[in-house]
Design a protein around this ligand. Structure first.
Ligand SMILES: CC(C)(COP(=O)(O)OP(=O)(O)OC[C@H]1O[C@@H](n2cnc3c(N)ncnc32)[C@H](O)[C@@H]1OP(=O)(O)O)[C@@H](O)C(=O)NCCC(=O)NCCS
Length: 150
């Protein structure tokens, strides 16, 4: 059975950090980063997991910060072996629905120009390009800032 829950802290943070390490284009958050972020009032981290008898495996996460009518996706990844199976879509739809319920009207995020998979993903959700941050990443890549009106 597949489910989406809010990450509220605890040892799952280690698993989330592993997903970041495996999914190289996710922001490189440590387990401590996840714990700190989850403790913020204006943040939510949603996790998608698969349960099989007594095993529960976390397969991805979507982290967001929101203030009044605006929100920012701060980190998002599905573990590599489960990508392109629409888990990201499920998780992202859940996150956007949560934000709509909170009264958020505009969601922004930043993505590398070279991250084709993520750019295609956000295009499918009808995000549009608002600006470019030159050499935003340590690697020298530019970042695209994308926006979606909810
Ligand atoms: C971005 C990410 C979370 C998407 O999750 P996912 O579960 O693989 O995505 P989905 O299967 O829901 O894909 C939905 C749509 O996005 C697009 N898409 C996803 N991956 C793609 C790829 N590798 N190439 C082209 N299009 C892609 C497709 O339009 C796809 O629909 P389709 O499969 O019906 O054609 C995933 O690629 C990932 O974890 N990447 C590494 C971390 C990362 O870059 N995070 C974003 C940082 S800004």
């Amino acid at each position: 059975m597949r489910e989406i829950n809010q990450f509220l802290g605890g040892e799952i943070a280690q698993r989330l950090a592993v997903i970041c390490t495996q999914s190289k284009t996710a922001a490189a958050w440590s387990a401590k980063d996840f714990q700190t972020e989850a403790a913020q009032k204006t943040s939510r981290i949603f996790i998608i997991s698969e349960s099989d008898n007594d095993t529960k495996t976390v397969l991805g996460f979507c982290a967001v910060r929101f203030t009044f009518e605006t929100a920012e996706i701060t980190n998002f990844a599905v573990c590599p072996q489960m990508q392109r199976k629409h888990l990201g879509t499920e998780l992202f739809t859940h996150t956007l629905n949560f934000l709509k319920e909170k009264g958020v009207k505009e969601v922004t995020l930043e993505v590398s120009y070279l991250n084709t998979a993520a750019k295609e993903f956000y295009k499918k959700f009808k995000f549009t390009n608002v600006s470019t941050r030159k050499k935003f990443y340590n690697t020298g890549e530019d970042a695209q800032i994308l926006k979606l009106n909810l």
